[in-house]
Design a protein around this ligand. Structure first.
Ligand code: ASP
Length: 272
């Protein structure tokens, strides 16, 4: 049976040069994430499950600034942001600024599945997630990526399944030296993460600029108005750059057209 399924992942955009010192760690993690998500799609699984599965692998890898590898805030604490969105029904779940979560993307999934809300933050989110038995970890579980070359390392996935369903998922510990309480673009639907029946978008980069340009929704609207995936993403990145920001994104549409673009030196990325 011909498969139209496709999955893209990213491990963050930034000052990443080809064959840099981190490649020996990041490449296997990206491959493992692609294979895990692809396994879901091959078994007829939904795009949402595939994107989520890929992001869990990247969160657990410890080599990106998400999940295990999350950067610390200026108080030395770890707080996590994540979102996922299902294109078919535009249902979404997200958490922001929740400390010590093992898999923020699974927490976002709990918000999607178990509440009528989209975004949960603060003590209420922590209480809800503990009640739902989400996994929290002690401080020594987290191992912020040490290489100073890597300034951004958010992770994300976009998927198209065999039924034509699209989904996006993004997870991050945020940016280096962030203030406690800071929330980036990743958990904000329409900024760092978005999916509908037309396309799925997961962004990475300096989140403030992706919020101010409403990046992911901007891409979707441009595609809906007839722009190609590539042109829509390039044009939204140009708006980020116009505001003074940098980063990148992975985008896929319902026809399987996809791109991974960035205006930084590099972006960890893969497609299957
Ligand atoms: N966009 C993320 C944030 O601002 C950071 C990143 O992509 O590395 O939280």
């Amino acid at each position: 049976m011909a498969s139209k399924a496709r999955l893209l992942v990213h491990g963050g955009a930034g000052n990443i040069l080809p064959a840099n010192a981190n490649e020996h760690a990041t490449r296997p993690a990206l491959l493992a994430a692609l294979q895990a998500g692809w396994g879901v799609l091959q078994q007829g699984g939904a795009a949402l499950e595939a994107a989520q599965t890929a992001v869990v692998v990247l969160e657990d890898a410890g080599v990106f600034t998400a999940g295990k590898g999350a950067v610390q805030d200026t108080n030395g604490n770890v707080s996590l942001d994540a979102a996922l969105m299902n294109g078919v029904d535009q249902r979404a779940g997200a958490v922001a600024c929740v400390p010590w979560l093992r898999n923020p993307i699974l927490a976002a999934r709990l918000v999607l599945d178990q509440t009528k809300h989209v975004l949960m933050v603060g003590g209420g989110a922590t209480d809800f997630l503990r009640f739902q038995q989400a996994a929290f970890e002690a401080r020594d579980y987290f191992s912020p990526a040490q290489n100073a070359v890597v300034k951004q390392g958010t992770v994300g996935a976009v998927a198209l399944d065999n039924s034509g369903g699209l989904a996006a998922a993004t997870s991050t510990g945020g940016t280096a030296a962030k203030l406690p309480g800071r929330v980036g673009d990743s958990p904000l639907i329409g900024a760092g993460t978005y999916a509908n029946q037309t396309c799925a978008v997961s962004a990475t980069g300096q989140g403030e600029f992706f919020i101010r340009s409403v990046f992911a929704h901007r891409v979707a609207v441009a595609i809906e108005h007839g722009m190609s995936v590539n042109d829509a993403t390039a044009s939204a990145l140009a708006e980020v750059a116009r505001l003074g920001g940098e980063g990148g994104a992975i985008v896929i549409d319902a026809g399987g057209n996809a791109c991974a673009l960035f205006n930084t030196k590099g972006m960890y990325r893969g497609v299957i």
